[in-house]
Design a protein. Structure first.
Length: 484
């Protein structure tokens, strides 16, 4: 194959795809990534302030990462890829317990009524007849885990993350997000956990020394090194397909004037023989020309994402707590998770400073999304105090980051609308949508990179995309289960 390949979006999927395509010398192609932000990484990006590497959220590389992806990341990062032991907590019923959830820990540290009620749920679960039609997050987990665990943890956390009560969330979310979905799996987990040491794979994660965003930065550096182009601060305005099937991409590049911090806009058009889109599928549909049919647009309008506001603190103390992350499912706290970056990497520096990343899921219409930084800071500090994690030390710096489309929201029956949209996009032989945003898939970094690597294998030397092979890959992607 010879020609131009354009990739929309510079997150892990776009970067991983570009890297794999450029490594295939038999293709003889040029590869260009168009990224709207002035940085790469998408949801896995980050920043540095006062010597602290902040991630845009809480991210880990899990031990079950596909070996070829782990190998590539390890090759790129070298000694900067660290093996770390998990040390998280979750607030339940007014008490902190270990996270990820450990059944023994729940029984030992929560009020006595909790294990009694849970045991009763388990007894009923083994003797009652199972229902055959389960179509909601609520019904799947109630059937498998009973009321006690669901109403204490899963349901309030689900409403906080996705903004919907459990009976309005599709069953698919339970299958994608909850590994131990029934009592038999919980019992199996108890015995497996009891036989593992603290250094077992279930308690280990991998993390870059300079923050999780070091992965995306290393991928981008390698893409550039082997001939790929990455256009940052570039916003696509239109994606047009010509009669011969080739695509034209119209976009604006913004160049920053370092002297006065102003921006100069440069309008560009590039032609492509293949276009890969990793941007939200809803945004892709808006860019299409000719305009997509009304019935496809109607389906597209029902596909919803959840936003995230990130609040960052630089604190005048060496360590805030010894824990890497705290989880807060209960509605009395506005945040869902609070992480401490230095505890992820174990970095000793900077001395006498640490950082916090506070995650607040929300929607465009929420007061949180539109709140000022001062309002957000006051709300977070109030709830940290309420959670018995008070900030008593001086705050050196506070800043925020707003992320759109952080979580796909699986409303009941969402697959019907999504499949209609994806089937329509599949009618364009030179357009492929992929990744977390492009396939509306709630997954981890290693999952979305695996999708990208598979997409690269579907590009045939003669210049066409192998849609049958891609269809089989997409079936595999549906089996991905999110790791916390």
């Amino acid at each position: 194959m010879t020609g131009n390949v354009m990739i929309l979006g510079g997150g892990p999927a776009g970067l991983g795809l570009a890297l794999q395509l450029l490594r295939r010398k038999e293709l003889h192609i040029s590869v260009t990534i168009i990224e709207r932000e002035n940085y790469v990484g998408g949801l896995t990006a980050g920043c540095e302030y006062d010597g602290i590497h902040f991630d845009f959220g809480s991210h880990r590389l899990h031990p079950n990462t596909n070996q070829r992806i782990m190998h590539d990341i390890a090759e790129l990062l070298g000694e900067n890829l660290l093996a770390r032991q998990r040390n998280g907590r979750i607030k339940l019923l007014g008490r902190f317990v270990r996270f990820p959830l450990n059944p023994f820990d729940l029984f030992l540290h929560l009020p006595f009524t909790f294990p009694m009620k849970f045991a009763w749920d388990m007894f009923k679960g083994f003797i009652e007849t199972k229902k055959t039609h389960l179509d909601t997050f609520e019904s799947v987990l109630l059937e498998g885990l009973g009321e006690t665990l669901c109403k204490t943890f899963y349901f309030p956390y689900a409403q906080k993350i996705w903004g919907l009560p459990a009976n309005q969330i599709d069953a698919e979310q339970a299958y994608k997000r909850v590994r131990a979905k029934n009592f038999r799996k919980i019992i199996s987990k108890i015995f497996l956990t009891s036989g593992k040491s603290k250094k077992s794979s279930g308690n280990i994660f991998y993390y870059p020394a300079k923050g999780y965003h070091q992965i995306a930065n290393a991928l981008a550096e390698e893409v550039r090194k082997i001939g790929g182009k990455i256009f940052l601060s570039s916003e696509v305005r239109q994606l047009r397909f010509d009669s011969d099937g080739t695509a034209s991409i119209m976009f604006d590049r913004y160049h920053r004037n370092t002297q006065n911090a102003s921006y100069k806009k440069e309008s560009m058009e590039m032609h492509a023989d293949l276009v890969f889109s990793t941007i939200p599928v809803t945004e892709l549909c808006v860019l299409m020309h000719p305009v997509i049919p009304d019935h496809i647009q109607k389906n597209c309008n029902t596909i919803a994402y959840r936003n995230m506001v990130l609040c960052f603190f630089v604190l005048d103390i060496d360590q805030f707590t010894p824990y890497d992350a705290h989880y807060f499912p209960e509605k009395e706290y506005i945040f869902s998770r609070v992480s401490e970056p230095k505890n992820y990497s174990g970095a000793p520096e900077p001395h006498d400073l640490t950082g916090l990343c506070v995650e607040i899921p929300c929607s465009d219409s929420d007061s949180i999304w539109n709140a000022s930084d001062d309002e957000l800071c006051r709300s977070v500090l109030r709830d940290l105090e309420k959670a018995r994690l008070p900030v008593r030390m001086p705050i050196k710096r506070f800043f925020t980051k707003r992320l759109r489309n952080a979580y796909p929201v699986y409303t009941v029956g969402f697959q019907i609308a999504l499949q209609e949209v994806l089937h329509f996009l599949d009618t364009y032989p030179r357009l492929v949508t992929l990744g977390r945003q492009g396939l509306f898939a709630h997954d981890n970094t290693h999952h979305t990179m695996d999708v990208a690597y598979c997409a690269s294998e579907c590009v045939l030397p003669e210049g066409v995309f192998d849609w049958l092979k891609w269809k089989e890959f997409r079936k595999q992607f549906q089996t991905h289960i999110v790791e916390d």
